[in-house]
Write a protein that binds this ligand. Sequence first.
Ligand code: AMP
Length: 263
Amino acid sequence: MSCFCRHICSLSNLLFLLIALGTAYLVYLKIHKPAPAKQVHEDKIIFAFLGAPGSGKGTLAKQVVQELGYKQLSTGDLCRDNIKRETDLGKKLQEYTSKGALVPDDVISSMAKEWLDVNTKDGKNIILDGYPRTANQAELLLNMIKTFYPDYKLRVVSLNISDDAVVERLCGRLMCSNKDCGAIYNIKQFVDIEHPVCATCGSPLIKREDDKEEVIRERLKIYTQTSQAVIDAFKKAGFAVEEITIEDKNPKEVFEAFKKMIA
Ligand code: AMP
């Protein structure tokens, strides 16, 4: 009988032990909740916008920055900023920009890299507006991404427009003189106004030094000569060139076309 009692006793001890262990395990799980699966980040993308001067690369880029939170590298703005601040580099750059000529590949590419080094840190998508413009720059860019920014994928977008439409647009282009604003207008919007100001920040509007017909024609000639080589360099490296037709679209429609493209 006493043997039977001891047996029952040890069984109930065992049961008690199991319940205690189970409870302890549940408490442990509650405290040390398994971490949620690491969020899968969307791809980080560098969009290279190709397009003739005046095709609206800058206008589209600015909209994408404002509405979608991307960052914009405009190599033309970097040049103008250096020229305005009269840096040593700016003095050299002006020799090229005032004639509508291209700045040497190594100079413009190291300016682009310096900017990318700082601006890729937060992982935001990036738009390259006006870079690359030669096959050599395209190859330098591809190497840069592979070596220094491997988390980024490249997408190449070509904005297509005819030469005549470009000349008409650029001869009438006005820019906000406040470089932090940089809004772009057309003289047609201000036919009756002597001193037009920016609708966004109130700063005076100015004409770009290189928006003169002879300089525009020179920039277009250079663009036509070099753009196909840039496209070929990207295609050779295995990148598709996505196209947006600009000709008959206003900026809002171009932005909608871009959003559709990335959806
Ligand atoms: P943009 O504002 O892009 O039309 O550029 C204005 C001027 O800056 C050009 O006419 C060139 O002199 C110079 N520039 C800008 N980007 C580049 C580039 N990728 N390669 C060579 N020159 C450039």
